[in-house]
Design a protein around this ligand. Structure first.
Ligand code: ARG
Length: 502
């Protein structure tokens, strides 16, 4: 006795029994497939239009199919679709629903010349390319926010740290501009990733193509893919592009996590360099004084999940032989989660950075006479006396020790102190200009003299923000063009479908 397709058993003709209930729930991807519901409709619409153009689906049947698909889309949009575990996935649900509506003679044509194996990859890539564009946009928005704050604080002097210790004098503008540059590279990574994701696997069949006279170029065009994902085995088996997506997400969240680490440290009372705005802070159930930068802590915490997602995907896929295997179904859940996390974290960070209070008076407080100017002193001696840099370095170190033993600060040193140190260490009689110490130990003057390319001087910050801002603009233009191309292709697909279903 043939089994009714209305039971959700479309693909079990060779098998006598249905899945038992627990196994059906275990096996189905219906839940994670909700994210690709419309993509699956688009994929089928394009495939069937192509089959019609190839003379495989007649006009009458195509009209019925396209009308049924459109009806499902309308129901989906009004929230009337639920897919139970009796369906293995969205693909079975949609084909079953079409067949239920228009019968198996016409409805049974929709899956001609393709497999769920090429279909599911196509759907995922359709979704992911839009995800990647949104991530690109969110990344560039954060770049803009960081650059804006960097420009505002090009002249806000601060200590830069290495090993958590005072290192050199810099500016808040340079710090923020550094993170803008990091994220600009992430935007570039997303753009390169997009090229590898936006290729069309549809028509690869189960693993080895089809004898049906399909036209892969046409579905590529109809779905707005940039190229064909050619080799049928590759197209259905490979998930390197999914791993790469998780990898870029992990890199982005790693970058946000490092930015978070600084924001969190600088928000402490001990530093007080920064204060998050109220919209990004929480308080305590018992300690009334608390203003916690918990949003940023959460963001740092979520970055761990992104690393986990990358490991998950690499582990899930690394041992698989070629050809579709059900293990691959699990990759969708990981992908969706990591892409979502990256998106929301970028958006939250943009808001936090745009609204946080930066306190120049706190940032400049530790600067005067700071030992961080010892490098400046050594370099000034190397520049203005015949001493080698290493001699100058050792003299500066000796002067740091002298200053510490005096309980004093570097700016209080005299030219005589320097001359005596040179005499003591190297038996060299040098002439130190009366203004040398003052010049070297004044944080602002000394930073302004540090004019090497990319140094954190206000002038360099202003130049970098301007030039790198132009690079960000160029990236945004390219991203907008990709977005428009996707929108146009889908609009065209739907218009073509509407015309053909009349
Ligand atoms: N539901 C599967 C997935 O999400 C696609 C179906 C492939 N199944 C199959 N039996 N070939 O990956």
């Amino acid at each position: 006795m043939s089994k009714p397709v209305t039971q959700g058993s479309l693909f079990r003709s060779r098998i006598a029994k249905e899945f038992d209930k627990k196994t059906a729930e275990f096996h189905t991807s219906a839940n994670e497939d909700l994210r690709i519901f419309e993509d699956d409709l688009n994929c089928t619409t394009a495939h069937d239009i192509m089959l019609h153009e190839q003379g495989i689906i007649p006009t009458k049947e195509l009209k019925l199919i396209l009308t049924a698909l459109d009806g499902i889309r309308q129901k989906w949009r009004t929230g009337e679709v639920t897919i139970g575990a009796e369906y293995e996935d969205v693909h079975e649900y949609i084909e079953t629903t079409v067949i239920k509506q228009i019968g198996i003679e016409a409805g049974g044509m929709i899956h001609t010349g393709r497999s769920r194996n090429d279909q599911v990859v196509t759907d995922i890539k359709l979704r992911l390319r839009e995800d990647i564009l949104s991530l690109g946009e969110a990344t560039l928005n954060l770049v803009d926010a960081l650059q804006k704050r960097a420009a505002e604080h090009a002249d806000t002097h601060m200590i830069l740290y290495t090993h958590g210790q005072h290192a050199q004098v810099g500016t808040m503008g340079a710090y923020l501009s550094a993170h803008a540059d990091i994220l600009l590279r992430d935007a570039q990574r997303l753009s390169e990733l997009y090229a590898r994701v936006n290729t069309n696997p549809l028509g690869a069949g189960p693993v080895g193509g089809t004898s049906i006279n399909i036209n892969r170029k046409r579905t590529t065009e109809l779905l707005g893919f940039d190229a064909i994902h050619e080799n049928a085995i590759d197209a259905t088996s490979a998930r390197d592009w999914a791993v790469e997506t998780a990898s870029v997400c992990a890199i982005i969240l790693g970058d946000l996590s490092r930015l978070s680490a600084d924001i969190l440290e600088w928000s402490t009372v001990e530093f007080g360099y920064i204060e998050l705005s109220d919209e990004y802070s929480s308080s305590s159930s018992i300690m009334p004084q608390k203003k916690n930068p918990s949003t940023i802590e959460l963001l740092r915490g979520k970055s761990g999940q992104a690393t986990g997602a990358l490991i998950e995907l690499m582990t899930m896929t690394k041992g698989l032989g070629s050809g579709y295997v059900q293990d691959l179904q699990e990759t969708k859940l990981t992908l969706w989660r990591t892409v979502y996390n990256a998106q929301i974290c970028l958006e939250i960070m943009e808001g936090a950075v745009s609204t946080m209070k930066i306190k120049p008076e706190k940032l400049s407080k530790p600067l005067k006479g700071n030992f961080a100017l010892a490098t400046e002193l050594a370099e000034t001696l190397a520049n203005e006396t015949p001493l080698s840099f290493r001699e100058a370095y050792k003299i500066a170190a000796d002067l740091v020790n002298t200053t510490i033993s005096r309980g004093s600060t570097l700016d209080k040193l005299t030219p005589k102190d320097v001359e005596e140190s040179a005499e003591k260490l190297y038996k060299k009689k040098i002439k130190v200009a009366p203004t040398l110490v003052e010049k070297a130990t004044d944080p602002i003057q000394s930073l302004n003299r540090r004019r090497s390319l990319g140094a954190p001087s206000p002038a360099e910050v202003k130049r970098m923000v301007k030039e790198h801002g132009a690079a960000a603009k160029k990236q945004r233009k390219e991203l907008d063009a990709k977005k428009k191309a996707v929108e146009a292709s889908l609009k065209n697909l739907h218009a073509t479908a509407a015309k053909l279903s009349k």
